[in-house]
Write a protein that binds this ligand. Sequence first.
Ligand code: BGC
Length: 499
Amino acid sequence: MVLPLILCVVLSTAHCAVQDYGAYDPVRDAFLPGSFPDSFIWSTSTSAYQIEGAWNVDSKGESIWDRFSHTPGKVDCGDTGDVACDSYNKYREDVQLMKAMGLKYYRFSLSWTRILPDGTVAGGVNQDGVDYYNNVINELIANDITPMVTLYHWDLPQALQDRYGGWVNETMVQLYHDYVSFAFKSFGDRVKLWLTFNDSKIVCNNGYLTGQHAPGIQDRSQLSSYLCGHNILKAHAKAWHTYNTTFRASQDGKVGITVSLDWAEPRDPDLPADVAAADYYMQVSNSQFAHPIYVNGDYPPDFKILVQKLKQALPDKNVPDFSDEEKASIRGSSDFFGLNHYTSCIVGHRDTPAGKGPLDNINITRSPEWRRAATDWLYAVPWGMRRVLKYIKETFGDPEVYITENGWSDGDVTPPVMEDTDRICYYMTYIDEVLKAIMYDKVKVRAYTAWSIMDNMEWETGYTQRFGMHCHLHGPEPASGTQAVFKVLQGHHRQQRLP
Ligand code: BGC
């Protein structure tokens, strides 16, 4: 794909001048015209709970997000994923949207409870759920679109939460293994790209520490969130090994994991204390999952210090370390690096910690010049994309990188914004930084996936935030949506999804 120089320059000067600490940097921010390799994968992404709807039809079991969103006060405006984009019924239209955009790949997730209603194979397979995913996969392939499947995008079976306490319980490792083995066996003849988990940091921190996400556990001691991450890492590794030994020879696919990395820019790159603070952020906030898998089977050094502190704070609790066997199993358990990247921050040292949290000993800010999306944590910092890609190359052993998410949100305004300049600016500038990472830094980026093909259920903020390239309808008002990255040259207006 040749990036459109003229359009971007026009857009950059008009709306999206990139500022670092308030200043446009002509070297850092210069647009690089050029082409991506022919083999480069262009894709968009969704997840089951966010788009499928049909939460309780055809024997689907309840997930923790069904329960959570049905609990008053948990999701903005009382929104739920009960209908969402209705992709359970409209998946053929979704595929046509992709086809119209010239897409050749699509990343989506499986709903565990649509396949195994109580989360276990012993509890019975729901053939309607298996049929649904067979239909989606076959429809994609019939339209020359390659499926990329996430096995876990946050919608744990409620039955496993009730019975075992969810991810804090090590039993989940085997239960997850049984589920993914079933998925490999059922769909692996056609699915060649798998992601075991999507952004586990959010699963554990939002689900088991702050309680902002399902299952809504607030354990401020940080034990639950730590156990959650520990078990997810073991579950990921076990799934990868099973694929490797049992399915790879016949199915010839790849299995990775998606981790989310923000970029932390040192406040003053010439000040060692600020450089150390930014490095601390990258280790503690960003590498809990990547470091064990891509470096040495264990947590990064600064994270390990936090684990020691947790042990000291909770002497009566079991705060496990990885055994040597577990480390050996986790290290190298990925065929590529799945990256979700949206935004960056500026990190400096702090003389006096602001509190007792893991990040309270550093100073985290954003430039007032950075454009901010409707989503409060999302600032446009295109050059952060290049830096995070280079960081991955240098820190995690130069893996093949599949960007599995990147995107921009609008607010829920009436009438919905259909002119999509902000999102286009975001995509154009971020994608150009991917090109720079490939051409200048020789990062092995193989795929770019935009979030999302259409507006969808944005977790605890419901439908108030719109990440989509296309509209969908929810209630009487058309939701926003856009057609951006791949058709960006053909006009920059959103399109409404078929009602
Ligand atoms: C998640 C998506 C979410 C997006 C925007 C990602 O990390 O995987 O499910 O919609 O962030 O918040």
